[in-house]
Ligand binder design. Structure first.
Ligand SMILES: *Cc1c(COP(=O)(O)O)cnc(C)c1O
Length: 386
């Protein structure tokens, strides 16, 4: 029997405890496991290599994405680092989006500078630039869609096809949508990575990541290396992540609903110059989003039309929008891209990527949408009076 995502999220790991009949799987904090006899190990020997709680969350993540298996790691960054460690040798080429997550950009750049592998950053919506990069026969191609912070959409099926034609493996960073709204393996990707810190956990209280592989042989390889280099997720984080995943589907759907209502409000707000949300019909890649996503998600950005002083007053006047980085939690967050998430980028690079100093990004939470809109409306009124 194959279940739908919301059933998978709830059902895995329930009632497996033999000793006390616990409905919810307990946290096994033990770092080590005894052997039943000389040379007779059990399923687990040492918690870095594996522990029962992580087994459940890995199985759940793999099922949600439609993969053969997965490896949970201690951050989204270590998930990407693990993948590159396993599949890229010195001299091998990685093709990554020029506007990928800032931490990913820094990782690939620094690793290529010390010779671990080579990297080429390209605008994957520029077909000729993409073709030129693929002609160099990369080993691995990373796709990130929707992109951060402009929510640009890239065609996973199309890029994966081109990449496979030159013998590359394809990984999609699916952090911004979660498997509830997009399943890249079904569109031709070989791997999915997540920062589980975001939607999957959903409560902004752990840092974790995962690599999910389509093929079993890659799972074995990834698991071996994850243990070898010691980047696996801990028992406590595995427990919290599974607990977060239980409510993934209703959270994401409510967040998305709230985002749609906020977008509707922002459209008629004079202090909003430009709005970025994939549901908008003039949004770049809107048609691709309709084709490959099950929804438009709960991330949106907009350009604030006032000056810096008005922007400060706007941000200070918000009560329900926390000025903070990160995303995907139940609480609504707002960030100023140029001074926060993308501060590490040079002003020129930001300009090239279309990120202006007035760009604000919102990760919509599950508060009451009318309360959120009332809060926004109050802050816009304060700013307008300045
Ligand atoms: C946050 C994030 C990461 C990095 O994950 P961490 O859990 O912070 O290490 C990678 N990719 C995307 C798209 C992210 O948003």
């Amino acid at each position: 029997m194959t279940y739908k995502p919301s059933t998978i999220a709830i059902h895995n790991g329930l009632n497996e405890d033999q000793q006390f009949g616990c409905v919810v799987p307990p946290i096994y904090l033990s770092s080590t496991y005894n052997f039943t006899d000389f040379n007779e190990p059990r399923a687990h020997d040492y918690s870095r290599r594996g522990n029962p709680g992580r087994d459940i969350v890995q199985k759940t993540l793999a099922q949600l994405e439609g993969g053969s298996g997965s490896v949970m790691t201690n951050s989204g960054m270590s998930a990407l680092h693990l993948l590159c460690t396993v599949f890229l040798q010195p001299g091998d080429l990685l093709v990554a989006p020029h506007d990928c997550y800032g931490g990913s950009y820094r990782l690939f750049n620094s690793q290529s500078q010390r010779g671990a592998y080579q990297v080429q950053f390209v605008d994957q919506s520029d077909e000729s630039a993409l073709q030129a990069a693929l002609a160099k026969k990369p080993k691995l191609v990373l796709i990130e869609t929707p992109s951060n912070p402009l929510l640009r959409i890239f065609d996973i099926q199309h890029i994966a096809q081109l990449a496979h034609d030159v013998g590359a493996l394809v990984v999609v960073d699916n952090t911004f949508l979660s498997p509830i709204l997009q399943q890249p393996l079904s569109l031709g990707a070989d791997f999915v990575v997540h920062s589980c810190t975001k939607y999957l956990n959903g409560h902004s209280d752990i840092v974790a990541g995962v690599v999910i592989a389509k093929e079993e042989k890659w799972v074995t390889e990834l698991a071996w290396w994850a243990n070898n280099i010691g980047v696996t997720g801990g028992a406590f984080d595995s427990y919290l992540l599974l607990r977060g995943i239980r409510t993934l589907s209703p959270r994401v759907l409510q967040q998305q609903q709230n985002a749609q209502e906020i977008v509707k409000y922002l459209k008629s707000q004079p202090l909003v110059k430009k709005l970025y949300y994939p549901a908008l019909e003039d949004h770049p890649g809107h048609e691709i989003a309709v084709k490959q996503q099950k929804g438009f998600g709960a991330m949106l950005s907009f350009e604030f039309a006032g000056d810096e002083s008005q922007l400060r007053h706007f941000l200070r006047s918000l009560s329900l929008f926390t000025l903070a980085e990160s995303l995907g939690g139940v609480e609504t967050l707002i960030s100023h891209t140029a001074t926060m998430t993308h501060a590490g980028m040079s002003a020129e690079a930001r300009a090239q990527a279309g990120i202006t100093d007035s760009l604000l990004r919102i990760s919509v939470g599950i508060e009451d949408s009318q309360d959120l809109i009332t809060d926004l409306d109050h802050a816009f009124k304060v700013a307008a009076q300045r």
